[in-house]
Design a protein. Structure first.
Length: 104
């Protein structure tokens, strides 16, 4: 029944990116508060920084999911969710490094 469903085949990647994005929302709130207070100290600054950070990690989630979803087949564990979370913050670097051909 599930063999032909493409979402079922990507369930590990979907779960990984969803859990990592949930962790990133919490991290973005904390970083947004601290950075917003440092930059301006008003609610508008905190909300603006938080919104920018959310846009950044959601964009990263979309880009990384599109790049690696078909290759992600191992079950989810805490280490893998941690790696996804870190990847969502470092996605431009990973995208730049992943685009190069390796010479062997």
């Amino acid at each position: 029944m599930y063999e032909n469903d493409p979402l079922w085949k990507m369930r590990h990647a979907l779960a990984g990116v969803a859990l990592a994005l949930l962790a990133c929302v919490v991290l973005a709130a904390v970083i947004g508060r601290l950075l917003g207070d440092f930059l301006g100290g008003t609610y508008a600054w905190r909300a603006g920084v938080y919104a920018a950070l959310l846009l950044y990690v959601v964009t990263g989630a979309i880009v990384l999911f599109a790049k690696v979803a078909r290759h992600e087949t191992r079950p989810i564990n805490a280490g893998r969710v941690g790696r996804w979370t870190l990847s969502l913050w470092l996605w431009p670097l990973l995208l730049a490094l992943g685009g190069r051909k390796r010479s062997e």
